[in-house]
Ligand binder design. Structure first.
Ligand code: ATP
Ligand code: MG
Length: 478
C-alpha cells in the first residue's frame, strides 16, 4: 500500500535523481552527456571552417599562425582541454600548458562560441605544415569574424611585448621522424644573460644598443633598399663564451633561436626552404662555420651559404633578421665571406685575462678580492691564460672553498697556461672577451687588421669620402 503513497513516491524520485546526479558528476558521464548535447546542438547550425597554416605555399612562414598559437595558449579554457601537454616554463616552478595535436579548444567572443582545432603536423605529407582550424557559425561570421581576428592580433602583440612568450629552440628535424628539411622545437631555457657573461661591460652595452637601434631601423633599411638584417660573427677559441653569448642575445631580445646546423641540411634548396620557414623575432645561428667550410661540404654549396648570409632569401620577409655565426678562427675563411655587409659586427672572444678572471671569481665564488689575486694577476701578465670555460669548471668544482678554487686555477695556469694567451691579452685596450669594434648603425664593423674602433672609422671615412657618399642620418622608427 505504501507504494501508492504520493509522499513515498516523491521521496523515492528525489533519491533516484540524487543517485543519477552523483553518477553523472562523480564519473565521466556528465562530460559525455555534455558532448552529446553539443553535437546535437551543432546539427542545428551551419559552420564555416577557416584554416591558419604555419606555412603558405609550403615554404613561407605565416606570421598569423604564431599569433593564433600565442593567443590560444593564453586562453583560460585551455585548462579544460581533454589532452594537454605540461611543459616547464621559463622559471623552474612554472608549468606551461601546451595544446596537443588534434586537440580542440573553445573560445567566447561577443556572445558567440568559437572553436579551434590544433591540426598538428601531418607526418605523412612533408609539404603540409601545422595548422589551426577555426570553426565558426556562419550566422555569426559577418558580425564577429573581423573583430575577432583583430582581437587575436592585439592580444598576441600584448603577450609578446610583455615578454610573456616562452622562447623556443628550433633544431633541424631528423628526416625520418620530422620530415625532410623541417624544424622541430623544444623550449629554450638557457639561463645565460649579458650579466652572467664575463666580458667588458662597455662591450656588452655596445652590443645591446646595437641590437636595439637595429630593431628600430626598419624604415631606414627600407629607404636604403637593404634587407633589414644584422649579422654578427663571434669568433675566438673554444670555451670563451660564444654560444653563451648567443643565448644571452636571445634572452635579451626575447627571441627564439634557430640552430642552423649546416651539416644536416641536405641541399641548397632545403637551406632556402628552411630559411623561409623561420619565424620573425628569432635569431638564426650557424655554429662553427669555419669547421663546416674547411670540411669542404658537398650538400650545401658555398654560393648557397653566401645567399643565405646576404639575406636574399629572406628578402621576401619585411621583418627583421638577426643572424649569428660562430667560429674558432677567421684565419682559414675566405675574407669575402665575411666582408662588410655580409657580416656586420665582428666580436672577438678571447681567453681569460685578469679582469675576466676577477669577474668569474665574483660570480662563481662570490669573491671580490683575495690574497692570491696578485699571484694570479702576475701569471696572466706573464702570458698564461685559460678559457672562461676551464676556469669556470675549476671554480664550480671547488666552489665551497674559494682559496682552493683559486689555487687550482693557479695550478692550471702553471701547467696548462702554455702561452696560448701570450700576446693576446697583453697590450690591448680591451680586456677579456673583447670585440674589435662596434660600428655606427648604418656601418660595418672591423675586419682583420683593424684593432681599434678608431682605426676602422678612419678607413671607413676614407671609403665614404672616396665614393662621394654622404652619411645617412639614422632614423629610428619605433
Ligand atoms: N665569458 C664567459 N663568462 C662566463 N662563463 C663563460 C664564459 N665563457 C665561457 N663560459 C662558460 O663556459 C662554458 C662553455 O662556454 P660556451 O659553450 O659559450 O663556449 P664557446 O665559445 O661556444 O665554445 P666552443 O667554441 O667550443 O663552442 C659555459 O658553461 C659558459 O657558462
Ligand atoms: Mg659554442
Amino acid at each position: 500500500m505504501i507504494l501508492y503513497n504520493p509522499f513515498f513516491l516523491f521521496i523515492v524520485t528525489i533519491f533516484f535523481l540524487y543517485i543519477i546526479r552523483v553518477i553523472l558528476f562523480k564519473t565521466g558521464l556528465m562530460h559525455t552527456v555534455k558532448k552529446i548535447c553539443r553535437s546535437i546542438e551543432d546539427k542545428f547550425y551551419v559552420y564555416q571552417f577557416l584554416r591558419v597554416p604555419e606555412l603558405y605555399e609550403g615554404v613561407q612562414e605565416n606570421p598569423f599562425y604564431r599569433k593564433v598559437s600565442l593567443y590560444l595558449h593564453s586562453l583560460p579554457s585551455i585548462e579544460d582541454s581533454d589532452f594537454i601537454n605540461l611543459i616547464t616554463g621559463k622559471k623552474n616552478n612554472d608549468i606551461v600548458l601546451c595544446l596537443d595535436p588534434k586537440q580542440s579548444i573553445e573560445d567566447d567572443f561577443l556572445g558567440s562560441r568559437i572553436f579551434w582545432l590544433n591540426e598538428g603536423d601531418d607526418k605523412s605529407d612533408s609539404n603540409r605544415s601545422r595548422t589551426f582550424i577555426l570553426k565558426i557559425r556562419k550566422a555569426d561570421k559577418r558580425r564577429i569574424l573581423r573583430p575577432y581576428l583583430q582581437h587575436i592580433h592585439t592580444i598576441a602583440d600584448e603577450i609578446e611585448q610583455q615578454g610573456k612568450r616562452d622562447l623556443k629552440l628550433f633544431m633541424i628535424a631528423d628526416p625520418i621522424v620530422g620530415g625532410k628539411g623541417r624544424w622541430r622545437s623544444v623550449p629554450f631555457t638557457h639561463p645565460s644573460t649579458f650579466d652572467t657573461i664575463a666580458m667588458e661591460s662597455d662591450l656588452k652595452h655596445k652590443v645591446k644598443s646595437d641590437l636595439e637601434s637595429f630593431l628600430k631601423a626598419k624604415q631606414y633599411y627600407n629607404r636604403l633598399g637593404r634587407v633589414w638584417k644584422r649579422s654578427f660573427l663571434l669568433y675566438g677559441p673554444s670555451g670563451t663564451g660564444k654560444s653563451s653569448f648567443v643565448a644571452a642575445m636571445a634572452n635579451f631580445l626575447c627571441y627564439d633561436v634557430y640552430d642552423m646546423d649546416l651539416s644536416k641540411v641536405p641541399s641548397d634548396s632545403d637551406l632556402k626552404s628552411m630559411l623561409l620557414q623561420t619565424t620573425t623575432k628569432s635569431i638564426i645561428v650557424v655554429e662553427d662555420l669555419d669547421r663546416f667550410l674547411i670540411a669542404n661540404p658537398t650538400a650545401v654549396s658555398l654560393s648557397g651559404i653566401l645567399n643565405f648570409m646576404d639575406g636574399i632569401l629572406n628578402s621576401c620577409c619585411t621583418e627583421e633578421t638577426i643572424m649569428v655565426f660562430t667560429m674558432n678562427s677567421k684565419e682559414h675563411v675566405d675574407p669575402n665571406l665575411l666582408r662588410p655587409g655580409r657580416v656586420d659586427v665582428h666580436i672577438r672572444f678571447r681567453l681569460c685575462d685578469f679582469p675576466a678572471f676577477k669577474t668569474l671569481a665574483s660570480s662563481y665564488l662570490g669573491v671580490k678580492d683575495h690574497k692570491l689575486f696578485p699571484q694570479v694577476e702576475e701569471m696572466f701578465l706573464n702570458g698564461a691564460s685559460l678559457s672562461a670555460a676551464e676556469i669556470g669548471e675549476l671554480m664550480i668544482a671547488n666552489r665551497n672553498s674559494p682559496s682552493r678554487a683559486i689555487k687550482s686555477v693557479i695550478f692550471a695556469l702553471q701547467t696548462d697556461g702554455d702561452g696560448r694567451g701570450c700576446g693576446e691579452n697583453i697590450g690591448r685596450q680591451l680586456v677579456g672577451n673583447a670585440v674589435e669594434g662596434i660600428d655606427e648603425p648604418n656601418g660595418v664593423l672591423c675586419a682583420d687588421g683593424f684593432h681599434t674602433v678608431k682605426d676602422f672609422r678612419k678607413l671607413y671615412g676614407f671609403f665614404r669620402s672616396k665614393n662621394h657618399r654622404k652619411s645617412q642620418p639614422f632614423v629610428p622608427k619605433r
